[in-house]
Design a protein around this ligand. Structure first.
Ligand code: SAM
Ligand code: SF4
Length: 338
């Protein structure tokens, strides 16, 4: 990546950061609460929740998006914590959907409430969903989530497809010794369903910040496991409107694709196109590190946000520091809107 350049708009009216990267994708965490306690994401107990008064209201989220969309932050992902736990999540989404310039709204979910809420979410404006599926085995799902909520991932996937979400993506964090023996079974979902399974390399944060490095399964290994089971994988352009860092492949005759997301073995920071809004209204320009600007306080006193955002983008780091960090202290993704 080149030298720092002054934050500017590109020809598509997306703001550029200090390294010239076009920033168009805003991930909004609408809650830090979750009905799961995934081993790689949240501690089982003892997490400090954001005080209720600090959580942005639906109207405040609308106001932030209204001020950021004109900068070219036009693609939105609703995430958390578990976004479907927020009681007014559909109101939040329909308000975002009403903002001029917003072109796409996606949602990340663990799937527990998706079946029940699918049509309401579609009507509010969610076009696409990412569903986290770390296992197809009920006992293992409960063990990874540290909650037994009787989740049936295949049923949730069917419901998402039937509700008209497109594309439907599946996120699987591969953890050595925990679910790496299910790579083939999860990849096989792409034979029958037009879904895009993305295997994510474990990032050693939160409770796993110390032990996590031993549990990372490099994407090359995952792709080899998938091709041993499904046949030679061919590179594929992947789902339309892909905003992200996944590389996609297709198994012979498959309806869907297999992707890998490689934060640990191949960083994709050079093409990073995103920023994150935390549930308490802080703009994070990098998933890891302290690059965070409070937008809630200025928003609540009526100060314009655009100059603060422009400065934050100017200061967006060149790359994440995860590989250099070997000890705890990094915030879990549930807190940053991973
Ligand atoms: N609760 C929703 C879900 O699980 O999809 C949305 C929030 S969750 C933080 C977003 C994504 O981050 C999920 O796909 C999850 O698997 C992933 N994630 C969380 N912690 C991770 C870690 N330590 N390494 C890699 N991915 C992680
Ligand atoms: Fe909750 Fe998602 Fe984190 Fe699992 S990954 S604990 S479902 S926020």
């Amino acid at each position: 990546m080149g030298e720092r350049v002054h934050a500017a708009r590109d020809e598509c009216q997306h703001v550029r950061d200090g390294f010239g990267r076009s920033i168009e994708y805003l991930r909004i965490s609408v809650t830090d609460r979750c009905n799961f306690r995934c081993v790689y994401c949240m501690p089982e107990r003892g997490l400090d929740w954001i005080p209720r008064d600090d959580i942005l209201t639906a109207s405040e989220i609308h106001d932030v998006v209204s001020q950021l969309a004109p900068l070219g932050l036009s693609r939105i992902r609703i995430t958390g914590g578990e976004p479907t736990l927020r009681r007014d999540v559909c109101d939040v989404i329909s308000r975002i959907n009403s903002v001029d310039g917003v072109t796409d709204i996606a949602l990340s979910t663990n799937g527990v409430r998706l079946e029940a809420m699918a049509s309401e979410l579609r009507s509010a404006g969610v076009a696409r969903v990412n569903i986290s599926v770390d296992s197809l085995r009920p006992d293992r799902i409960a063990a990874i989530a540290r909650r037994d909520l009787k989740l049936d991932p295949v049923r949730v996937i069917r419901a998402a497809i039937d509700a008209g979400f497109a594309p439907v993506k599946i996120n699987t964090v591969v953890v050595r010794g925990v679910n790496d023996d299910e790579v083939a079974a999860i990849a096989r979902l792409t034979l029958d369903f037009p879904v895009h399974v993305r295997f994510i390399e474990l990032m050693p944060v939160g409770d796993m910040s110390d032990s996590g490095l031993d549990h990372i399964v490099p994407s090359e290994e995952v792709l080899a496991l998938a091709s041993d089971a499904l046949g030679t994988l061919v590179a594929d352009i992947g789902p339309a409107l892909g905003n992200g860092p996944a590389r996609y492949y297709r198994a012979p005759g498959a309806a869907g694709t297999i992707g890998v997301i490689t934060p640990m073995t191949h960083t994709y920071c050079a093409s990073c196109n995103r920023v994150r809004l935390t549930a308490n209204g802080h703009l994070r320009t990098c998933l890891f590190g302290d690059h965070e600007v409070d937008l809630r306080t200025p928003l609540r006193v009526g100060q314009p946000l655009a100059p603060l955002v422009a400065q934050a983008l100017e200061d967006k780091p060149r790359e994440h520091s995860l590989l250099q960090l070997r000890t705890g202290g990094l915030r879990a993704l549930s807190q940053t809107g991973g």
